[in-house]
Ligand binder design. Structure first.
Ligand code: URA
Length: 245
């Protein structure tokens, strides 16, 4: 087995988003950093970073080479670093995650709630968002007018959206009651759910993303709360419904 790479404490903190190299060095020197519960004031001390637990000014952290996380997005937040009318979803994440450059995997509208992923792994973001990979997204949709069989059939067979050359189809569409349905889509086109419901003569009133790939939004993740994706969740979320073309 290849020996594991050791990194200085300064580099470890920098890689996790705790500031510039210089700022991280100062944090250590000022006795703000504990590693495995022991204060360490040597920024050049070498550690194997894998799974390393440390704290910075009392904030506990676990080293993650790449960041993969999920947020239960509340309504009233924009998926932009520079929001125009509301707060940014990035204000719901701890500063080190924002500083290390995590990006949302696609976007949800300001009034859409539910499962939103973030990462600083460009390949992962690209793959999850790529139409080629067809990672299913499941939405619970509340509508203004009672649903009828013709609307559900049209969603399954494909509806034509303005500015889209091909009709878009729902991978699955299950009615929950008169005013609610669960819609599964393989793509993530702009306002896709709202445009599809409008195309069949209805209107979206509430919209929540409840799953991506094989990962469901955990019932115990409160609106506004975030959590790391563990190894199992990371595999589940990338599960594709069809082989990439
Ligand atoms: N479709 C929409 O219309 N809005 C979203 O936020 C996500 C999917």
């Amino acid at each position: 087995m290849a020996p594991r790479k050791h990194l200085t404490l300064e580099r470890i903190l920098h890689s996790q988003g705790f500031g510039t190299r210089r700022e991280c060095r100062a944090l250590v020197r000022h006795k703000q950093v504990c590693v495995e519960n022991t204060m360490n004031d040597d920024p050049d001390h070498l550690f194997d970073p894998t799974g390393l637990s440390f704290s910075v000014a009392g904030t506990p952290w676990i080293y993650q080479e790449r960041a993969y996380l999920m947020l239960n997005k509340p309504t009233g937040y924009e998926c932009s670093q520079k929001p125009r009318h509301h707060l940014s979803v990035y204000t719901l994440l701890p500063e080190p995650l924002v500083l290390r450059g995590v990006q949302s995997v696609g976007r949800l509208d300001e009034d859409t709630t539910g499962l939103l992923l973030f990462s600083d792994d460009g390949q992962f973001i690209h793959r999850m968002a790529s139409p080629k990979w067809k990672v299913n997204k499941v939405y619970r949709v509340g509508v203004r007018h009672p649903l009828d069989a013709a609307q559900l059939a049209a969603l399954r067979q494909g509806v034509v959206l303005h500015d889209e050359p091909e009709p878009v189809v729902a991978v699955a569409c299950a009615q929950l009651d008169d005013l609610h349905l669960e819609l599964t889509l393989a793509e993530g086109k702009y306002h896709q759910v709202k445009r599809m419901l409008a195309a069949v003569g209805n209107r979206v009133e509430t919209l929540t993303r409840i799953a991506m790939g094989g990962l469901a939004l955990p019932a115990d993740l409160a609106p506004g709360a975030w959590r790391w994706l563990d190894a199992e969740a990371l595999v589940s979320v990338q599960r594709v419904s069809q082989t990439p073309e």
